[in-house]
Design a protein around this ligand. Structure first.
Ligand code: ADP
Ligand code: MG
Length: 690
C-alpha cells in the first residue's frame, strides 16, 4: 500500500507546564498507521500513551511536530476544524466509558449524529448500532443500569455511529474483568476484520495487545519498539469505513435541530435541580411580575386622568372653598362655607372671558329603592352643569328649566348608584326612589365615567336640580355637618334634629367655562379679581376660595403618575438585574459541575458553539420560565389590585411582551459569560476534571 496512511505523525512532542516544571510527555514520536490496521500501543504508566492518543484524537495538540490525518495536516487546524475531525473522522473510546449519565443508551449513541448535523433517523441508527453490538433491548437503559462491559459497548457504538475512519481506544478494558475485557476485544477485532476499521488501542496488558496485529511500545515519551506480530488480517484493508457524507442539510435545519437538542438538554438540567432552578428564577419572576403590575397601575391612573380631563371638558376653571376657617372651625365634608350662588351669577355677568357658569351643592345621602339601600353622593347641580362637564346620558333626559325653577323632585343616576339600586335589566326611568327620605322620580341615566385618579368612583352619584337639593334634600343637613357660621343659618330645619332649612345660597363648587382655550388665563384673572373684591380679601391676604384650571391639575397629576411609574419600573429593573446575576451565578456553578459532561460532548464532536448554545439556552429557559410565571402573576396581581383596592388598572400588551423579551434578554446577557466559559474549556482538561 502506498496510498496515504490514515495516521502519520512525525517527530511529535508534547510538553506540559506544571508550575515551573516542564513535563515532556512526548519527546518526538513518529508513527505511520495504514488503513485497516489494528495497532496496540503498550508501555508503562506515565510513558505518554494517553498523551499520544489525545493528540491523535484531536483532543489535544502537539507542542511541535506534524500530524497528518488521512493526508490532511491538522497540527495547525483551528477549533472548528478539530471539532469537525472529532465529529466525523475519529471515534474515541475511553477507559471510564464517559457516557452521559441520566441519558439513555440510544440517546448517548445518537448524540454524535446531532453534532455532525445528521438529523434524520438518528434514533433508528443508534438502535441499530446497539443491536449490532449485542445490546438489543438495552436501548432505553441509562448507564447506571448497565454493566461495565455493556457501557463500554454503548461507548463503542457511539464512537462508530458517524462511521469514522479510525477508532481510538485508550485502555478500553481497564475497568473491566478479564472475561468482559476479552469480549470487548473480540468485538473490536471483529470490527477491524469485517469492516476494515482502523483501530489504535492503548493497553498495558500484553494479553490484550495480543488481539492486535501490530504492537507499538512506548517509554518516556518515545517509541521503544514497533513490531508486526501477524500480517494485517482485515479483509477490507484500505477501504476503511465508507465515507457516506449524508446529503447536505441546510444550515437552518442543522441549527434548528441543535437548538431543539439544546432545549432538551437544558430542560433536563433544569428539571434535575428543581428547587435550585426555582430559586434562580425567583429574581426574574419578581421583576417581571412587578414590572407588569406597576405599568398596569400606572397606565390605569393615567387613563383615569385622561378620562377626567375629557369628562371635565377643556377651558374649565373650578372654584372651591379655600382653606378659610370661618368662625375658627374648619368646614366639614359637604359644607359650602364661602361660595354662593350670587358669586356664580356675578362671574357670569361681569367676567368677559367667561362663556358659562354652573355650580353644585353636594353631600352624602342614603338612597332607597325597592328594598335596596345605597349610600351615595348626591349632587345638586345648576342648569348647564352636565353640558359643561360634557357628561352624556345613556337614557332619559336632563333637567329642564322647569325642573330647576320648580325644584322638581327628579333625579339623574350615575352608573354605580343605578347598579346598586336596580336590577341589571331594570329600566330606572320613571321609577321613584327615596333620597334622604325624599321621593324623587328618575328621569335620566348617566354614561359610565370610571374612577378618578384618587380611586374615587365618579359614577357613584345621584344628581338632582340645585334648587331641589337646596330646599328639599341637602338643605336638611345635620347640625354636626355645619360649621358655626352655617349652623347659625339653619335655625329651624324639619329633620331628625328638628332644624328648618333656610335658603343660604351656599354652593360647594362653581364651574367656570372660558370662551376658548386661549382665554382660560384671562378668565382666571378676571374671576380671581372678582371674587377677591366680592369676598373683601385684602391684597396679599389668604383667599377664602381656591381657583384652578382643572386640565392643568390633571396634566400635573398625569406627570406625577409618570414619574411614579418610572420609579417603579426602576425598582422592577433592579430586581431583573439581581435575577440575572442569580442566573449567572447558578450557571457558573452548573458549568463547573458539568465540566466533564462538556468534555465528553466535545470529544464526540461538539463544537464550542454547540456548548455555548447549550448553556445560553439553559439561561434563557431559566429566565424565560421566570418571565412567563412573572407575567402570569403580574396579570393576576393587577386584577387583584383592581378588585381589592379599587384602583383603575390597564394591562398593557407592550408591558407583557416587553417583560417577556426583557427576561429572555437578561438570560442571554447574564448567561453569556458562563456559557462562553463552558465553551472555552479545553476538551482534554474537561474530560480529566473530577
Ligand atoms: P500514560 O497514559 O502512558 O500512563 P500519560 O500520557 O497520561 O501516560 O502521561 C505522560 C506524562 O505526562 C506523565 O508524566 C503525566 O504526569 C504527564 N501529563 C499528562 N497529562 C498532563 C497534564 N495535563 N499536565 C501535566 N502533566 C501531564
Ligand atoms: Mg493513560
Amino acid at each position: 500500500m502506498s496510498t496515504n496512511p490514515v495516521i502519520e505523525v512525525v517527530d511529535v512532542t508534547r510538553t506540559f507546564q506544571l508550575g515551573d516544571v516542564e513535563v515532556h510527555a512526548l519527546r518526538g514520536v513518529s508513527l505511520r498507521i495504514e488503513r485497516g490496521e489494528f495497532v496496540a500501543v503498550m508501555g508503562a504508566s506515565g510513558s505518554g500513551k494517553s498523551t499520544l492518543m489525545n493528540v491523535l484524537g484531536c483532543l489535544d495538540q502537539p507542542t511541535s511536530g506534524a500530524y497528518r490525518l488521512e493526508g490532511v495536516d491538522i497540527s495547525a487546524a483551528d477549533e472548528p476544524a478539530l471539532a469537525h475531525v472529532r465529529s466525523r473522522r475519529i471515534g474515541f473510546v475511553f477507559q471510564s466509558f464517559n457516557l452521559l449519565a441520566r441519558t439513555s443508551a440510544a440517546e448517548n449513541v445518537a448524540l454524535p449524529l446531532f453534532y455532525a448535523g445528521r438529523l434524520s433517523g438518528g434514533d433508528e441508527r443508534a438502535r441499530e448500532a446497539l443491536r449490532a453490538l449485542g445490546l438489543a433491548g438495552r436501548e432505553n437503559n441509562h448507564p447506571s443500569q448497565l454493566s461495565g462491559g455493556q457501557q463500554q459497548r454503548v461507548a463503542i457504538a457511539r464512537a462508530l455511529i458517524n462511521e469514522p475512519a479510525i477508532l481510538l481506544a485508550d485502555e478500553p478494558t481497564g475497568n473491566l474483568d478479564s472475561a468482559t475485557a476479552n469480549e470487548i476485544m473480540n468485538t473490536l477485532r471483529t470490527l477491524n476484520r469485517e469492516k476494515g476499521l482502523t483501530i489504535v488501542l492503548v493497553t498495558h496488558e500484553s494479553d490484550m495487545a495480543e488481539f492486535a496485529d501490530r504492537i507499538v511500545t512506548m517509554r518516556d515519551g518515545l517509541v521503544l519498539s514497533d513490531r508486526q506480530i501477524r500480517p494485517r488480517e482485515s479483509t477490507a484493508a484500505g477501504v476503511g469505513f465508507p465515507r457516506t457524507e449524508s446529503a447536505a442539510k441546510s444550515e437552518v435545519a442543522v441549527w434548528a435541530s441543535l437548538l431543539r437538542m439544546a432545549f432538551l438538554v437544558a430542560s433536563r438540567a433544569i428539571a434535575r435541580n428543581k428547587l435550585r432552578s426555582a430559586l434562580t428564577m425567583l429574581g426574574i419572576f419578581i421583576g417581571v411580575a412587578a414590572l407588569i403590575t406597576m405599568v398596569a397601575v400606572g397606565q390605569g391612573a393615567n387613563q383615569a386622568v385622561i378620562a377626567q380631563i375629557e369628562a371635565l371638558g377643556s377651558n374649565l376653571l373650578v372654584v372651591s372653598p379655600g382653606p378659610s376657617t370661618t368662625g375658627g372651625v374648619n368646614a366639614g365634608f359637604g359644607s359650602a362655607s364661602t361660595l354662593k350662588v350670587a358669586d356664580a351669577e356675578a362671574i357670569l355677568l361681569e367676567a368677559s372671558a367667561v362663556a358659562n357658569v354652573s355650580y353644585l351643592l353636594r353631600g352624602p345621602a342614603q338612597a332607597q329603592y325597592g328594598g335596596k339601600n345605597w349610600n351615595t353622593m348626591v349632587q345638586g347641580i345648576s342648569a348647564g352643569f352636565l353640558e359643561i362637564q360634557s357628561w352624556p346620558l345613556v337614557a332619559g333626559r336632563r333637567f329642564n328649566l322647569e325642573d330647576h325653577r320648580d325644584a322638581a323632585r327628579v333625579c339623574v343616576l350615575g352608573q354605580t348608584a343605578f347598579r346598586n339600586l336596580f336590577g341589571p335589566h331594570e329600566d330606572p326611568i320613571g321609577a321613584t326612589l327615596l333620597l334622604r327620605g325624599v321621593p324623587l322620580q328618575v328621569i335620566g341615566l348617566l354614561s359610565p365615567l370610571g374612577q378618578s385618579g384618587g380611586g374615587r368612583d365618579q359614577d357613584d352619584v345621584i344628581q338632582i336640580p340645585f334648587s331641589t337639593a337646596e330646599t328639599k334634600v341637602l338643605g336638611v343637613a345635620a347640625p354636626t355637618q355645619l360649621n358655626v357660621g352655617q349652623a347659625a343659618l339653619y335655625p329651624t330645619a324639619p329633620n331628625p334634629f328638628g332644624i328648618q332649612p333656610k335658603l343660604t345660597g351656599l354652593v360647594n363648587q362653581i364651574f367656570v367655562q372660558a370662551r376658548g382655550p386661549e382665554l382660560v388665563d384671562t378668565a382666571l384673572a378676571e374671576v380671581t379679581e372678582l371674587l377677591e373684591r366680592r369676598h373683601r380679601i385684602a391684597p396679599g391676604a389668604v383667599r377664602d376660595f381656591d381657583l384652578r384650571n382643572l386640565s392643568q391639575v390633571a396634566q400635573a397629576r398625569e406627570g406625577s403618575s409618570r414619574v411614579m411609574a418610572l420609579l417603579l419600573a426602576a425598582v422592577a429593573s433592579i430586581s431583573l438585574i439581581v435575577g440575572g446575576i442569580g442566573i449567572m451565578n447558578i450557571l457558573l456553578v452548573s458549568v463547573t459541575e458539568r465540566t466533564r459532561e462538556i468534555g465528553i460532548r466535545m470529544a464526540i464532536g461538539a463544537r464550542r458553539t454547540h456548548v455555548l448554545l447549550q448553556f445560553l439556552v439553559e439561561a434563557v429557559l431559566l429566565s424565560g420560565i421566570g418571565g412567563v410565571a412573572g407575567i402570569a402573576v403580574g396579570i393576576a396581581l393587577t386584577q387583584l389590585i383592581s378588585w381589592l383596592a379599587g384602583w383603575p388598572t390597564l394591562l398593557s400588551p407592550v408591558a407583557i411582551g416587553g417583560g417577556f423579551i426583557f427576561s429572555a434578554a437578561v438570560g442571554i446577557f447574564f448567561g453569556y459569560y458562563p456559557a462562553r466559559r463552558a465553551s472555552m474549556l479545553n476538551p482534554i482538561e474537561a474530560l480529566r476534571y473530577e
